[in-house]
Design a protein around this ligand. Structure first.
Ligand SMILES: C[S@@+](CC[C@H](N)C(=O)[O-])C[C@H]1O[C@@H](n2cnc3c(N)ncnc32)[C@H](O)[C@@H]1O
Length: 275
């Protein structure tokens, strides 16, 4: 495995800095960690980010279904494996986890070991815009959750996804959308696209949109409210400590995103597409 993949330095540093805080933020009431790194889908019964990330997992799996026994798919930008291991736990499929960061793939493998599903998991380090490890028309399903805001050439990414899917196979895609990136406070390393751009990328790649939802209302306001509550009541970190600083930063990020959402300038797009 090539540990220092081209362009990964800044992204690696960012996740090293924020990962522990996000792990705490997504802890369930009984202490279980989600091992997901995303904003979640806040349905009315969600009490915390863990619940919202599990509700989001259910939404994604519902869109991927039916997943037939023996099917082989890829999670692109798998993070630390929360969704991958749970997918393998609930479905008799095999999965390749693809991510830019070696650290994330090691944590994914560790979580899959804990869940006793590592025999059906393969980890591959690489860049989503050049997925040379996969043959044309070779995959039964692909999904990519909240990773593409890191990609500076999204059309290349969608073209790659279309190339590697078998004809008729499903690709589920979810990410932040932004209609005016100049209003984003922390821009470094973020490559947000507008809703219409997503539609164009998908269609230009030769994928068909089967279902589309903008779940922004079930993402930004409830996540922002929960983060504020978490920082005030649950974050076990002295004022001025690194973790408290990360909490403050995350609060500022989510305040900015929620404000943009309320102005109609930010959304969260979820697509089921087919080749
Ligand atoms: C916000 S996390 C989401 C992780 C996971 N999808 C989840 O929902 O828990 C984004 C992930 O995308 C990965 N990533 C960023 N740029 C990438 C690229 N060009 N190719 C592959 N993965 C990338 C990051 O390393 C990180 O693990």
């Amino acid at each position: 495995m090539n540990s220092q993949h081209e362009g990964s330095g800044q992204i690696n540093e960012f996740y090293r800095w924020i990962r522990d805080y996000l792990a705490d933020l997504s802890r369930a009431t009984d202490g279980e960690l989600s091992h997901a790194i995303n904003f979640g889908y806040w349905t009315p019964s969600c009490k915390n980010l863990f619940d919202a990330e599990m509700a989001f997992f259910d939404l994604v799996v519902g869109m991927l279904s039916p997943l037939t026994a023996g099917a082989h798919g890829v999670e692109i930008g798998c993070g630390i494996g929360g969704y991958a291991a749970r997918l393998l736990e609930s479905h008799p499929v095999s999965l390749s986890c693809y991510d830019l960061l070696e650290e994330h793939l090691l944590l994914t493998r560790k979580f899959a070991e804990e869940k006793s599903v590592v025999d059906r998991l393969n980890t591959i380090q690489g860049n989503s815009m050049e997925m040379n490890s996969f043959e044309n028309d070779s995959l039964d399903f692909v999904y990519c959750i909240e990773s593409s805001f890191h990609y500076d050439e999204k059309q290349k990414f969608f073209n790659e996804v279309c190339r590697v899917l078998k004809p008729g196979a499903t690709f589920v895609y979810a990410d932040i959308s932004c209609e005016d990136s100049s209003k984003v406070t922390f821009k470094a390393g973020n490559h947000f696209s507008a809703k219409e751009e997503f539609n164009n990328f998908i269609q230009n790649a030769g994928l068909k949109i089967i279902e589309h939802r903008d779940i922004g209302a079930q993402v930004y306001p409830p996540l922002q409210k929960y983060t504020e509550y978490f920082n005030d009541e649950l974050l076990d970190a002295p004022a001025g400590s690194d973790k408290a600083k990360v909490g403050k930063y995350w609060d500022l990020v989510l305040n900015n995103y929620t404000k943009l959402f309320l102005q109609g300038l930010m959304g969260y797009q979820v697509y089921k597409t087919q080749k």
